[in-house]
Design a protein around this ligand. Structure first.
Ligand code: NAD
Length: 353
């Protein structure tokens, strides 16, 4: 693995901020990628890594992804991401020390990086940071409570699935469509409810069978063995659990028409976008369809405080963004992944001009 200084030297982003927090033994890494559209903004991930270099690479890669994500939904933020690299799981007091140190760094950046929850951090962690730092997104200005991004992300995925179904089947109705959700946690559960309400036949798969069975009973869905996800015939496969589930082997097995879900980094490699296209499977690029939580946070900061209004903004914006990606892909004869990249790049170059 490349040395940390070499990673700082060769990165094409704006800056990578590093701080060691001695009490927890954690490294705080903040990658600031781009500020063409606005202040670098992205989640705070808390995780163990094999080395500091791995943490820096992850933060820089995720920050670049945020630049494209904000451009894709046309909100005035730039790309940034924080990684809190912990040496081991932390007890509550040590975690608090780390968050306090992190808060000091955020305050030092004076709004030069804005953040919200991500893998390993919670809305409650964000509420703690927000007590003495104005750089935290997603705190409701009236209640002072952190907003759970999951239901907003789910609403965006629902809108994206609707757009994908309309594109693939020439009709926007979800009624009667078989939709398989892999992972029914913070995003997958509200998505399953929304799809069931829209009349879809919902197939649920989760590593926790108690969770999937309970939800299936509540919404009148069916459970699917996690091992059988790719061989199950369905209209839409919605990965809402972990990344890299779409690879050469799974694409060859898939019996669906559409891949559209919330999981980050669904494709094991970019080549998998071509593999899906070659099999005639429509793919909704993950960083476009899963931007509902980020969008709700941006709209909340811009002054929209009503939950229904936030949900309807997410529905409209993500639905339109996913539809536009499919349209561009079709018009330009390229994969949906490439189309999403070109749309984001176009937005950034307009702003640069
Ligand atoms: P979560 O941890 O709340 O839920 C994940 C669920 O997936 C759990 O129920 C878990 O048991 C299940 N699971 C894990 N591995 C599985 C497997 N191999 N097969 C079936 N089920 C499996 O996570 P979440 O917040 O719902 O996020 C889901 C995905 O969406 C993640 O990839 C996350 O990065 C991404 N995402 C989430 C948000 C958000 O707002 N929460 C926003 C953007 C992207």
């Amino acid at each position: 693995m490349t040395e940390p200084f070499e990673l700082l030297r060769t990165w094409d982003g704006l800056a990578t901020v590093l701080r060691f927090e001695p009490h927890s033994g954690a490294w705080i890494v903040i990658a600031l990628h781009d500020r063409t559209l606005g202040s670098p903004t992205g989640g705070s991930r808390m995780k163990s890594y094999p080395s500091l270099s791995d943490a820096i690479v992850d933060a820089q890669r995720l920050a670049a992804g945020m630049t494209a994500k904000w451009a894709g939904i046309d909100r005035p933020y730039g790309g940034g991401k924080a990684v809190l690299m912990i040496p081991r799981p932390l007890d509550a007091a040590t975690r608090r020390s780390l968050l306090t140190g992190y808060r000091d760094v955020l305050r030092g950046l004076e709004g030069g990086f804005r953040t919200g929850p991500d893998m390993g951090t919670t809305p409650e962690d964000m509420a703690f940071l927000a007590q003495a730092c104005a750089s935290v997104m997603g705190i409701h200005p009236e209640t002072g409570k952190p907003l759970d991004p999951g239901p907003f992300t789910a609403q965006g995925v629902l809108a994206g699935i609707r757009a994908a179904v309309a594109h693939a089947f020439d009709g926007a109705t979800l009624s009667g469509r078989r939709i398989l959700i892999q992972g029914v946690g913070d995003v997958g559960e509200p998505l399953a409810r929304g799809l069931a309400e829209a009349g879809a036949t919902v197939l649920i798969s989760d590593l926790d069978p108690a969770r999937s069975e309970k939800l299936a009973q509540m919404i009148g869905g069916r459970t699917v063995d996690p091992e059988a996800v790719f061989t199950m015939e369905c209209d839409v496969y919605a990965p809402c659990a972990v990344g890299a589930t779409v690879d050469e082997a799974s694409v060859a097995e898939m019996r669906c028409a559409i891949v559209a879900g919330s999981a980050n980094n669904q494709l094991a490699t970019d080549r998998d976008a071509e593999r899906l296209a070659a099999r005639g499977i429509l793919y909704a690029p993950d960083w476009v369809i899963n931007a509902g939580g980020a969008l709700a946070y941006a709209d909340l900061r811009a002054g929209t405080t009503d939950t229904d209004q936030l949900l309807s903004d997410v529905d409209r914006t993500i639905g339109a963004a996913v539809e536009a990606v499919f349209h561009t892909a079709h018009e330009e004869g390229i994969t949906s992944l490439e189309a999403a990249r070109r749309r984001a790049e176009r937005r950034l170059s307009q702003a640069r001009k």
